[in-house]
Ligand binder design. Structure first.
Ligand code: IMP
Ligand code: MG
Length: 171
C-alpha cells in the first residue's frame, strides 16, 4: 500500500458524528424519518451516524451514477432505487462527499417529485469550492478544499473504503 496521510482522524470523525446526531435528533424529535444512504460511499458514515440517532427511523439505499449531459446540471442514472413510497415522509439523504453537487442535485430533484413531506441532506465531507450547481447540504461533517481524499467509505478505484480515517495519498 502507498503511504497515506491522515487528514481527519477516527476520533475527530466520531466527535463530529455526535454533534451532527444531536442536531438531527432535535430536528426530528417525535417524527418519523427515512434515512436514505447513497451507495457505496455513504455506508460507513451512515452506519456510525444512525447508531447515534434516538429516533423512530427506517433505512433505505440508492445506487446512482451521475453523468454530465449537454445540460450544465448533468443527469443522474438510478441503478438501484429506494423500495419505499416517500409520499408525506421525512427523508434524510446521507452522502459521503458532495463535490460538484451534480449527483445530489439530481437525486434531490427525483425524490422531490415524489411529494415527500421534507428532504434534507447530510454529508460527511463538503468540497464547497468545487460546486457547479446550487446545492447545499443541511448537515456537513467537514469542509475541505480540493484534495482527493479516501477512507471511511470513500474510495480510490474501489479501494481504501475500509480505512477508519479520512486521508490522502502522499505525493
Ligand atoms: P458530485 O456529483 O460531483 O458531487 O459527486 C460526488 C461523488 O464523487 C461522491 O459521491 C464520490 O463518489 C465522488 N468523489 C468526489 N470527490 C471525491 C474524493 O475526494 N474522494 C473519493 N470520491 C470522491
Ligand atoms: Mg459517492
Amino acid at each position: 500500500m502507498r503511504d497515506i496521510e491522515v487528514l481527519i482522524s477516527e476520533e475527530e470523525i466520531n466527535r463530529r458524528i455526535l454533534e451532527i446526531a444531536d442536531l438531527i435528533n432535535k430536528k426530528y424529535k417525535d417524527k418519523e424519518l427515512l434515512v436514505v444512504g447513497i451507495l457505496k460511499g455513504a455506508f460507513v458514515f451512515m452506519s456510525d451516524l444512525i447508531k447515534r440517532l434516538n429516533l423512530s427511523l427506517e433505512v433505505d439505499f440508492m445506487i446512482v451514477s451521475s453523468y454530465s449531459g449537454t445540460e450544465s446540471t448533468g443527469n443522474v442514472n438510478i441503478i438501484k432505487d429506494i423500495n419505499k413510497d416517500i409520499t408525506n415522509k421525512n427523508v434524510l439523504i446521507i452522502e459521503d462527499i458532495v463535490d460538484t453537487g451534480l449527483t445530489l442535485f439530481n437525486v434531490k430533484k427525483v425524490l422531490l417529485d415524489r411529494n415527500p413531506n421534507s428532504i434534507e441532506i447530510c454529508t460527511l465531507i463538503d468540497k464547497k469550492e468545487r460546486r457547479k450547481v446550487n446545492l447545499d447540504a443541511d448537515y456537513v461533517g467537514f469542509e475541505i478544499g480540493n484534495d482527493f481524499i479516501l477512507g471511511y467509505g470513500l474510495d480510490l478505484d474501489e479501494k481504501y473504503r475500509n480505512l477508519p480515517y479520512i486521508g490522502k495519498m502522499v505525493e
